[in-house]
Design a protein around this ligand. Sequence first.
Ligand code: GDP
Ligand code: MG
Length: 441
Amino acid sequence: LSERLSGVFDRLTKQGALSEDDVKTALREVRVALLEADVSLPVARDFIARVQEKATGQAVTKSVTPGQQVVKIVHDALVATLTGDEDPGKLKIDNPPAPMLMVGLQGGGKTTTTAKLAKRLKERDGKRVLMASLDIYRPAAMEQLAVLGAQIGVDTLPIVAGQKPVDIARRAKQQATMGGYDVYMLDTAGRLQIDEVLMQEVADVAAVTSPRETLLVVDGLTGQVAVEVAQEFDAKIGISGVVLTRMDSDGRGGAALSMRAVTGKPIRFVGLGEKMDALETFEPERIAGRILGMGDIVALVEKAQDTIEAEQAERMMKRFQKGQFNMNDLKMQLEQMTKMGGMESIMGMMPGMGKMAKQVQDAGFDDKIIRQQVALIQSMTKKERANPQILQASRKKRIARGAGLEVSDLNKLLKMHRQMADVMKKMGKMGKGGMFKQAMK
Ligand code: GDP
Ligand code: MG
């Protein structure tokens, strides 16, 4: 049975692998999709090259065509590129009063976004927010912010005629400190194009307030222009994140990808309309789907993958209940664990594994070690995987060498396998394994 099981997987990785041609053909279409979505040419080119390298040789999920598989790989790569380490919705606004600077070109949506964000901070995070307009050029600009403030119930700094932006910023800081505000937001003036005077003005304001967050607000429909603006602002002022506005329009939002790829700055929010609650936390999945415009295919492949995973899990369960647990099972477990956020969390969920989870943690178990262990198992023959008992010194040496590791590493793996096999046996005896199923999902 185990022989047959491993056979299935060998076939999956050998015959069902994506050829270079498969990948190239599919990526040609993807490239068109990206460019149509307004992803800049160099970014699209670079992205495609990376995916091409990554995709070639990858397994094709059963019941899915190579082309579909590539689309799914592209989608995942898009999501990965768009996802940063940071949580987009979480702004650095501790230590009150935290200054937030809103910058960007005129008409990009700064004032609207300032108010939308103030409303969100007030309602979701319970923050006391003060907004101040530094736009001394357009007569109605300050009034616009005051009107929005009144509408959403957020205070605005009283307007004093004749002050320079830096003076207004100082006044805002003072008022925020004295008034016990958590955050004060500075809505700066924009220009139709980037110019030195604007940059200097914003830089001066940043110098007197040391903003905790400097958010660039750009029209998501302007594609390449938006990216250039972001580069410019980041170089001169330093931005901490981006808000893409007008994402409620038809555009496919390729600017998001270019922006992230070129500046490396996180996209934090997207504007989805003129209303005060039309602001959402940036969701990489959603934007990736939109950029690629092939959501149906992605969903199809995901469904096929889920089905296969469920089948695998089912098969494994049956084996565990019979007390069977060989190296193929361990490999699958390890791979699934990396996918589900690491060994510890999974083991913590399994009954009887809590103690082992602790050992695992103490042993400094991480993704790197899991990868090494998978490499060790891959370096075993089919027979060895099915019957790890047959591993003698010479076999061990060969396996370790094949994985570029030491025999001691292999011994650790074997010990872990024995421990796990023990637990599996006990759990198998416990019967149903319902808990286990839960832990695997
Ligand atoms: P600012 O010059 O950068 O301060 O831009 P404003 O905040 O005054 O916005 C300019 C125009 O864009 C206004 O009419 C806003 O209502 C509109 N606007 C801002 N954000 C969005 C958005 O996400 N979607 C749509 N459809 N319109 C927006
Ligand atoms: Mg404005």
